[in-house]
Design a protein around this ligand. Sequence first.
Ligand SMILES: [Zn+2]
Length: 239
Amino acid sequence: MRKNFTAAFIYAHPDDETFSCAYLIQDIKDQGGQAVLLTATRGEAGKTGRLGDISRKELAARRDQELEQAANVLGISTVKQLDLGDGKLKDADPERLQQEIADFLNLHQADVVVTFPEDGVSGHQDHIVIHHAVNSVIYGGKAPSVQKLYYNRFGSLLSDMSGLLRIDGEGKWDIKRRALEAHESQMFSIERVFGPLGPDMLPQYRYETFELVWERHPSAKSMPEKSVFDGLEAGEELN
Ligand SMILES: [Zn+2]
């Protein structure tokens, strides 16, 4: 049996993983891989939605539970949350943030990393800070187990998708919907993006799209890729 590959998702807030990677995480599980997640904040500056007027401390505690539930639905094996200040990541010590990311990747011996693109998907400053911190770790050689780096791309906005990895959500929407529902405090923003959550996947959300931006050992593999694990060394045998 081949080594069980690990993909690490590095994001800013609870819910970032479900918005952009719920199909990919299922695909990784289907292949016998592991998904692990690091978020830099607890999401305490988010809107409180149907929860009404609650404090940031209460919202942080609530969102911890929501993320735990979403991670269970998605099958993420490990979640680590830092508490570096929702909405304030640009004020966090960049060395500390990079060290936390490097320590997490090294602890889990991550083979693959997935994170935000340069515009942070939505332009959110926290997302952009994470993008740069992950780049510094990977390009700075601080995570030697990592073989591939991917950014989220939004397929519907791109004219040329030929080089991109697209994960088909067919048969995977139900789990994504349940993970979105777990982030109940964020339901207003979730429904603004995905519409009222129901049994049917909206056609524009059928795919999650990722761009391979860096490989440690560029390999001859057929493009577009079918999986984030394409072309990886098989690693040691497991008994
Ligand atoms: Zn976010």
